[in-house]
Design a binder for this molecule. Structure first.
Ligand SMILES: [Zn+2]
Length: 218
């Protein structure tokens, strides 16, 4: 498999990268600055890519945020919800059609590299809040990408039915440096420990019974 990985520098896409390397895939990492609130994930993505010696591009498209408002991740006038990641309030963190836009760019890049795969780390914990992480979305986009070029591109989504806990467990097996990954939506010096993704991250380590190496604000 030769895959472009949609790589945010977060826990999920980092575990995905290690998982694919374990399967001897040839990888190109792609991170996209879509005007998100902070740059912490992007700097984490660089660190991890360098440590793995993998080719990595950060595509700078911060003006996308002007088109994709209405989300707490792209519009700083909307406050970030705190609490459990499955709560209705977390829908404020949905960026309109984000995955279709980002995966589409990744697919174009894969075609230009003559790669056969685009990979993303959607998992089952995302489904309640993020419509573009549902298996149905991934299946439909996979069919579409197969028609986007004369050579077929596959959308690889090996974690689409996995829980966050499964991801942490797999990351542990693969010795993923979790401490280098960045999940928090808030983007301070340390993880806030209160936003949806921090809560999900903490909970997953607890469920696996693994010491969480993340530094939280309190
Ligand atoms: Zn947080």
């Amino acid at each position: 498999m030769k895959a472009v990985v949609l790589f945010s520098g977060g826990l999920d896409s980092t575990v995905l990268t290690y998982h694919l390397l374990h399967e001897n895939a040839e990888l190109k990492l792609l991170s996209i600055d879509y005007g998100q609130r902070h740059q912490k994930e992007l700097s984490a993505s660089t660190q991890i890519a360098v440590s793995l010696g993998l080719p990595h591009t950060i595509l700078k498209l911060p003006m996308l945020a002007e088109l994709l408002g209405g989300s707490a991740l792209t519009d700083t006038s909307i406050s970030l919800p705190e609490g459990h990641y499955a709560e209705e309030s977390m829908k404020a963190t949905v960026v309109p059609n984000r995955n279709m836009i980002l995966l589409s760019l990744a697919a174009g890049h894969a075609i230009s590299l003559q790669f056969n795969t685009v990979a993303y780390a959607a998992h089952a914990g995302d489904h309640t809040i993020y419509p573009d992480c549902r298996p149905e979305f991934a299946d439909a986009l996979d069919r579409t990408l197969k028609l986007a070029d004369w050579s077929e591109i596959t959308l690889h989504r090996p974690f689409v039915k996995w829980s966050k806990e499964d991801l942490v467990r797999r990351g542990k097996e693969l010795a993923v440096p979790f401490e280098k990954t960045w999940s928090c939506y808030a983007g301070g010096e340390f993880h806030c420990g209160k936003c949806g993704t921090c809560v999900e991250r903490k909970e997953a380590f607890e469920l696996v019974g693994l010491l969480d190496p993340t530094e939280y604000k309190e």
